[in-house]
Each structure stands twice: as C-alpha cells, then as structure tokens.
Design a protein around this ligand. Structure first.
Ligand code: SF4
Length: 379
C-alpha cells in the first residue's frame, strides 16, 4: 500500500481553528476532532437565534417564504430540544425556559421582517446571489506524513457583481454588541473565507460582504396625548416610524426632519440596525493568513498541550464553563459530561464529510460559462 493510501483525512472547520486560538481547553471539549461535546437539552439562545435568522435569509434567497421557514425551523428545534431535555432531566423544561425560546423566535421574526423592509426583495443588490449555503473544503499542506488536512466551512452565500465579473462571499452575522469595522476586517473567519474562496475560484473573488444584523426589535414610537407621534430619540427604523404614521393617519411631511434623522442613523454603522461592510484583502495579507493558518492546523493535529485561557473580560463566549470549572477545581468532570452533555457533530462537518464531490465544485460546474471561471486545483 502506498504512503498516500495510508493517509487519513482530517477536516478542521474555520470555527474550530478560532476555538483553538481562543482557548485550547474549550477546543478540546467541543471539537469534533476531540471530545465533540454538545450540551444536552435546550439550545443556547444566541446560537438558536442566529440559526433561525440564517435559515430565513437562506430560504428567501432560494425563493421561499422566510417567515414560514423560520417558524418551521423554530418548531423543529424546540420539539427536538424539549424531547431531549425530558430524556436527560426526566421532566419538562420550566415554563420560563420555554418562554425564552418563544421570545427568541418572536424576536427573530421581527428582525427578519425588518431586514427585508430595510433591504427590499433583493437584499444584496447590486450584487446578485448565485448560490447560498455552500460547504467547502480546501487542502492545507501541514507537512505531517499520513495526514491530509482540509480547512472546511460554509459560505452563507456567493454573489456576483453587477458586471458579472467579480464574486463576493456573503456572510450574515447577527450581533448584540457592535464591533468596529477596523477590527471586523481582521476577523479570522472573514479572512479565512476570502482565502478559501480565492483558493477555489481564483482572483475573480473580490472580497467578503459583511451583512450584520442587530438582534433588536425597533422601538415603537409613543403616541402623545395630542394624537401626534413622539419625536423622542429612540432605536427604531424609518420603516417602522412611517408605518406608525400611516396607521394613525398622520402626514409624514410633518415629521420630515425626524425621519431624515432616523434615515441618517440607519446609514451609520455605529447606530444602524443593519450594517454592511465590504472587506477586501491584499495578496500579502492572504499569504500571511495562509502561513499562520497552516501553523495553527499543524499544531492542532500534532497532539498539542491543553490548557485554559481565562480572559480578563470573562468567558462570555464559552459554552462549557461548567466543565472548565470542574477541571480547574479538580472535580468530577466525567459526572458532568454524563449528565449534561452528548457527543455530537456539527452541521458543517456533517455537510463536508457528505460532499461527493464538494458543493464548491458543484457550484463551479453549475456556473461555468456564466461568468464564473473555475480553479479546480484546490477544490
Ligand atoms: S471558561 Fe474560559 S478558560 Fe474555561 S474553557 Fe471556556 S474559554 Fe477556556
């Protein structure tokens, strides 16, 4: 048997590299290449909400009904979570926990409705979606005999420019805290996606369109005793304000200045409900990324030492703080795992393992001759 035949494929997702860089202890618990632990029972609300919004935007891009899809996905996720909770805990979830899930679903529906009220029926115009939810894998030479390492992930969307000559990776991000564009552009995932897309599709890839969605319901303006609508500064959108005026039969012309101010706020990434940035990377920046991600992947498959990384601002981004505490205090970690966790594999990993051939290659085949050139060397 040749050396090549003895090699094993190792799939490492972009988010897994981020976990490794953030905290090796977290990575060791949750990585599908390590312990692959997922908390049993009800989903984490922020992750659950992000998934629902993504499913709605994907459905719309496919010509479907975003709200109907969101409701369906929410119902499926809630039923699965409740059944799992009953199995693990032996009782139904507390009504407060179910209320939180319901609230999350309602917030997501409001956010999605406002998204389309804001961006319209062609939300990435002047770009045009070619495809959404495209799983990819790109080989990375980590120079370890017997290991074929692939960086994997899922593009939320690939869109083409109005000229049809450039491709943009579209990435939707729900957020509750804003991040300045100066820091966002250095986000590991965004650079990784552009690097992967250029590896697959070549220089026709222009960059990444960041599509940020604030997970907040616009405030409904107050109706004053006089019957007029309040002009008090609130976090709302012009569309919501205009709808309230219409409902009350008031003349928008009497509120022109206030509506202009609301419009100005929606154009400012510091206050808008919907934030867009175009991120482009130089060849030098992408070469630096390639060197660094190769080094990180090599470390990850090379039996690295495991240790924690507590940050001064806290571990709000960690889903396994109870396991971490147990390790730190030398308590019974196995007991916690047995009663609170299950071993699972993340959707991206399942999708990429099922690719025959990769969806990225299918995408290329599908769009060859339609303005999308192919670069099969890395697919
Ligand atoms: S709580 Fe913090 S230090 Fe502990 S595993 Fe999570 S991220 Fe790492």
């Amino acid at each position: 048997m040749s050396e090549q035949n003895k090699s094993i494929d190792v799939f490492i997702s972009v988010s897994e590299v981020q976990q490794f860089l953030r905290c090796r202890r977290m990575w060791d618990f949750v990585s599908h290449n390590r312990q692959s632990l997922v908390r049993s029972g009800l989903p984490t609300l922020s992750l659950h909400s992000g998934t629902l919004v993504h499913s709605a935007l994907h459905a719309h891009a496919q010509g479907g009904d975003p709200i109907a899809t969101l409701k369906l996905k929410a119902a499926e996720a809630e039923a699965k979570a409740v059944a799992e909770y009953q199995k693990v805990v032996g009782a139904s979830p507390a009504s407060e926990e179910l209320t939180n899930l319901n609230d999350a679903r309602e917030l997501c529906m409001s956010v999605v409705r406002n998204y389309f009220a804001h961006w319209g029926d062609k939300p990435v115009a002047p770009l045009e979606y070619l495809k959404t939810e495209i799983a990819f894998r790109v080989p990375v030479d980590v120079n370890i005999p017997g290991k074929n390492v692939f960086l994997i992930g899922t593009f939320d969307g690939i869109a083409r420019s109005a000229s049809g000559k450039r491709l943009w990776i579209v990435d939707h991000k729900t957020f509750t805290r804003r991040t300045d564009a100066r820091y966002l552009i250095r986000n590991f995932q965004f650079v990784a996606y552009v690097w992967a897309a250029k590896s697959l599709f070549g220089d026709q890839v222009a960059g990444l369109l960041y599509d940020g969605v604030w997970m907040k319901q616009p405030v409904i303006p107050e109706v004053l005793k006089s019957g007029a609508l309040s002009k008090k500064a609130i976090d709302t959108t012009p569309a919501v304000y205009l709808a309230c005026l219409q409902e009350l039969g008031l003349n928008p012309a009497d509120y022109g200045e206030f509506i202009s101010e609301l419009t100005r706020k929606q154009l400012d990434p510091a206050s808008s409900f919907f934030v867009r940035h175009e991120f482009m990377y130089s060849d030098g920046g992408l070469r630096t990324f390639e060197r660094e991600v190769t080094a990180a992947l090599r470390d990850m498959v090379n039996s690295p030492s495991i240790y924690a990384n507590f940050r001064w601002e806290g571990c709000w981004d960690c889903q396994i703080t109870d396991l971490c505490d147990a390790v730190q205090l030398e308590e019974d970690v196995d007991f916690l795992i047995k009663h609170k966790y299950k071993r699972d594999t993340y959707d991206t990993v399942k999708a990429v393992k099922a690719l025959q051939p990769t969806q990225a290659k299918e995408f290329l085949d599908e769009h060859a001759g339609k303005g999308v050139a192919t670069n099969t060397a890395s697919a």
